[in-house]
Design a binder for this molecule. Sequence first.
Ligand code: FAD
Length: 398
Amino acid sequence: MPGEDVVIAGGGLVGKAAALALAQAGLRVLLCGARPAAAAPAQGYGQRVYAFNAASRRFLDGLRVWSQLPQARVQPVARMRIAADGAALQFDAYAQSVEALAWIAESDAVERALDLALQFERGATLVPGGVEQAQFDGAQWALTLADGSVARTGLLLGADGRHSRVRDWAGIGLRRKPYGQTGLVCNLRCALPHGGTAYQAFTEAGVIALLPLVDQGGEHQVSLVWSAPDALATTLRAAGAEGLVPSLQSHLEALGAARLAPFAAAGEIGAWPLVLQRARSLVAPGTALLGDAGHVIHPLAGHGLNLGLQDVQALVAVLTGRGDAQAVGDARVLRRYARARAEQVLALELATDGLHRLYAPGMAWLAPLRALGLAGTNHLTPLKRLLAGYASGLSVMA
Ligand SMILES: Cc1cc2nc3c(=O)[nH]c(=O)nc-3n(C[C@H](O)[C@H](O)[C@H](O)COP(=O)(O)OP(=O)(O)OC[C@H]3O[C@@H](n4cnc5c(N)ncnc54)[C@H](O)[C@@H]3O)c2cc1C
């Protein structure tokens, strides 16, 4: 295989977005592990849906991917209600003077749009098999691919998820803290329209969120994301999707979503163990990590993928902005990428982990203070604007 400018290991959303963005920027890219996305379900929604913030949407727009999404399946979030201890913090797109607080779209739909765009990108070569072995000689990586062929590159990008082998091959250490929680995801039908509102509540049973989905065939739907303590998650999973609904019932008041009831399951339950994880460095000689390979945060803010897409933007910016004499794997270029990402990754890690700790079951004694803080924040318009601006990602990726 001829030497590529860049080889990407990992064809998830972050890897595919990186391949497209780098090829559009004029680099020759080999994407390994690029399996085609699943076809659209005949009915209902795919199980994995994400809240895309304004920065991710703008980035995908620039890649000519967002416009390829079936807009009838993309739900703008007009309002967000975050509740805990009987108090609530509400965000409103209109009051914040923004088009939407976020957009809910299916993972597979975004991947399909990326697949389509990549087909027309001459700079990108896609292979379905992964990278099996890798060796770095100080200047170049020699990568053994699943079909036995060998690819060489001066820059290997690890977009291979939380169990990244690229991270290991590059000798990059990892800090990891399991949360003892499992993220349960399930699509639900609800009786009344959600009006584009996303609901989230911090409860003794974990963090529960209902993300609005576009009505289909006259039916109203939401995606439930329940970060439940592991023991409870095991019980909930054992009860199956229909069994999940009665358990949700007792939290509807806390969520402020009781008016949407009754709910019914509209799909199966998906489950992901939740961890806080951070690579000790985003770069090593000839290597950079992107997305979950570099950092995994609690999903309570719905920002993991947004962070990964912002990694891609930052990497493209430093690679295209490098000096004429600098190779793509130049250590100074890679350090610039690591520096560009340090602050935002740390800030979101601290914010999500801090919130998780603040609302952990053993912290109930703090409830009156927490309620005061949440209610107080709700009345502070400038602070809310600041929080919404940060969540949009636009203040970082200006
Ligand atoms: C319950 C839950 C809800 C979430 N909700 C949101 C949300 O609303 N918004 C948001 O922004 N984020 C959210 N996240 C976070 C988001 O899911 C992740 O951050 C995102 O999926 C990471 O994408 P990735 O491409 O980095 O990794 P992955 O999706 O894990 O992709 C990695 C890919 O690399 C491949 N691979 C592995 N090894 C190799 C190899 N050696 N060679 C080649 N390929 C390889 C894998 O097969 C896989 O396809 C949520 C997470 C959870 C658990």
